[in-house]
Design a protein around this ligand. Structure first.
Ligand code: HEM
Length: 432
C-alpha cells in the first residue's frame, strides 16, 4: 500500500515530467494541459514539486474550501532563492508576509470585511470619469501616428495610474514601479537563473524599501489628522484603530503586493483582450458597431485569455481531489486557464465567443472567500479602454508579430501589441 507521498511516483510520465517553465505551458497554458483535462486531471509534477489540477469543477471545489486548501503559499517564491539572493533580501530587512490573498481564516475574513468600503459600486463608479479622461489623453497622443505598441502607449500606464489613484499612492516614479513589478513577478512566480537571482533580489529589496518609505509618508498624513482619499489611507486608518486585524506587517506587505495586484493583472488582461479581439475581425467589427457588447466581450476575453493563468493552495490535511489523495502539506497549482477551457463547463471552449452566455463563470478572478476584490475595477478599466479605442480607431489592424511573455507560471500577457491604421481614415469624432 503506497503512502500518499509515494503518489508522485505513480501517475503518467507526462504528469511526472510536467514543467510549467517548459515551452508548451509558457506558449499556451490551457493547451499544454489539454491531455490532463482529458485523462489525468490531478497529477504530481516532479520538477515543480506541486500537485497540478486542471479541471473546472475540481479547481472550483478547491477555491471553495480555504480551510482544507489554505492560500498561505499564494505568494511564496516558486523557485527557492539562492543563498546570495537571501542575503540581499536580508540586508533590506525584507519581510513580505501575509496580505489578504495569502492570509488564513479567520484573520483573512476579519480583515477583508473591514476593508470593503472602497469597492462598493458607488465608490467604483466615482473612478470611471478619471479612467476615461486618462484613456482619451493616451489616445489623443497616438491617433494621428498610424502605428502603436498599445502596451507601451496605453495598456501599461493607464492601469498603473488608476491603481495608484485608487490606492492614494502618489503617481511618482512610474518607471521605477514598472521595473519593481517585473522583479516581484519573477521573484514570486518565475524561475530566475542563478545569475539572475541576485539582480531580481536587488529589485525586490528596493521595492520593499520603497514601499516602506511611501507607506511612512502616507501614515504621517493620517497621523496628522488628514483624511486623504485612497484605499491605502483607509487601511492605515483602520490599522490605527484595530492593529490586531489590520496589522503593521500587513500594511507594508500589502503596500508592495497591491501595486502589482492592482495594475499588472489589469494591464496584462487588457493586452490579451486587444490581441484576441483584433485577431477575430468579425467580433472586433461587431463591437465597433454595437458597443453594448463590450462588457460581454471583456468577460469572454478574461475567460479565453486571462491574465492570471494559475493560482496556488496548500492542503492542510489529506485531501481528495478527483479521486487522488493530496497529502497534508501538498502544494497545489490550480491552472485556472485550463479550467476556463474545460469543455465540461464551456461549450467549444477554445473559441473566442463574445456572445457566450456563461463566460462570467470563468475562474480568472479566483472564486470564494478570496475572490478578487478589485474585479469590478479591472473590468471597468478594460471596458473603458475598449469603448474608447473601438470608437476612435475602429479600423485598427493587428500587425504580424511574434508575441513575447515574461516567463513565469501565473501572470500572462504579451509584452507588446503592435497595431497600425491609416490616420486619414480616422472617423470624425462628434461625440464628446
Ligand atoms: C485577489 C486576479 C485586478 C485586488 C485576486 C486573485 C486573483 C486575482 C486570481 C486570487 C483569488 C483567490 O484566491 O480566489 C485579478 C485579475 C485582475 C485583478 C485577473 C484584472 C483583470 C485587481 C485590481 C485590484 C485587485 C484592479 C485592486 C484593487 C485584489 C485583492 C485580492 C485579489 C485585494 C485579495 C482578495 C482576498 O484574498 O480576499 N485577484 N485581479 N485585483 N485581487 Fe485581483
Amino acid at each position: 500500500q503506497p503512502t500518499p507521498f509515494a503518489c508522485p511516483f505513480h501517475g503518467s510520465e507526462a504528469g511526472r515530467s510536467f514543467d510549467p517553465f517548459g515551452p508548451a505551458y509558457q506558449a499556451d497554458p490551457a493547451e499544454a494541459l489539454r491531455w490532463s483535462r482529458e485523462s489525468e486531471p490531478v497529477f504530481f509534477s516532479e520538477p515543480l514539486g506541486y500537485w497540478v489540477v486542471s479541471r473546472y469543477d475540481d479547481i472550483k471545489a478547491i477555491f471553495r474550501d480555504p480551510i482544507l486548501f489554505s492560500p498561505a503559499n499564494a505568494l511564496e517564491k516558486i523557485t527557492p532563492p539562492s543563498p546570495e539572493a537571501v542575503e540581499v533580501l536580508a540586508r533590506a530587512n525584507y519581510a513580505m508576509n501575509r496580505t489578504l490573498v495569502n492570509e488564513d481564516e479567520p484573520a483573512h475574513m476579519a480583515r477583508r470585511r473591514v476593508l470593503l468600503d472602497a469597492f462598493t459600486p458607488h465608490a467604483l463608479a466615482a473612478h470611471r470619469p478619471m479612467v476615461r479622461d486618462l484613456v482619451r489623453g493616451r489616445l489623443d497622443a497616438i491617433v494621428d501616428k498610424g502605428r502603436s505598441d498599445l502596451v507601451a502607449d496605453m495598456l501599461w500606464d493607464v492601469p498603473l495610474t488608476v491603481a495608484l489613484h485608487f490606492l492614494g499612492v502618489p503617481p511618482d516614479d512610474m518607471d521605477k514601479l514598472r521595473s519593481f513589478s517585473v522583479a516581484h513577478t519573477v521573484n514570486t512566480w518565475g524561475r530566475p537563473s542563478p545569475d539572475q537571482q541576485v539582480a531580481v533580489a536587488e529589485g525586490v529589496a528596493a521595492f520593499w524599501t520603497y514601499s516602506g518609505e511611501v507607506l511612512a509618508r502616507m501614515a504621517a498624513r493620517v497621523d496628522a489628522g488628514e483624511h486623504p482619499h485612497g484605499w491605502m489611507y483607509d487601511m492605515i486608518a483602520k490599522n490605527r484603530v484595530m492593529p490586531d486585524i489590520v496589522t503593521d506587517n500587513y500594511l507594508h506587505s500589502m503596500m508592495m503586493a497591491i501595486i502589482v495586484a492592482a495594475h499588472e493583472t489589469t494591464a496584462l488582461a487588457s493586452a490579451n483582450m486587444f490581441r484576441r479581439l483584433l485577431e477575430d475581425r468579425a467580433q472586433w467589427d461587431a463591437i465597433c458597431a454595437d458597443p453594448a457588447l463590450i462588457p460581454a466581450a471583456v468577460e469572454e476575453c478574461l475567460r479565453h485569455s486571462g491574465s492570471v493563468v494559475a493560482w496556488r493552495r496548500v492542503a492542510t490535511a489529506d485531501a481528495q481531489v478527483a479521486g487522488v489523495t493530496i497529502p497534508a502539506g501538498g502544494k497545489i497549482l490550480m491552472v485556472t486557464a485550463s479550467a476556463n477551457h474545460d469543455p465540461r463547463q464551456f461549450d467549444n471552449p477554445d473559441a473566442l465567443d463574445i456572445w457566450r452566455d456563461n463566460a462570467a463563470d470563468h475562474l480568472t478572478f479566483g472564486y470564494g472567500a478570496h475572490q478578487c476584490m478589485g474585479k469590478n475595477l479591472g473590468r471597468m478599466e478594460m471596458a473603458v479602454m475598449l469603448e474608447e479605442v473601438s470608437r476612435r480607431l475602429p479600423h485598427l489592424r493587428l500587425e504580424d508579430q511574434a508575441f513575447t511573455y515574461l516567463p513565469n507560471i501565473s501572470f500572462r500577457g504579451p509584452e507588446a501589441v503592435w497595431v497600425h491604421w491609416n490616420p486619414a481614415l480616422n472617423p470624425a469624432q462628434t461625440a464628446p
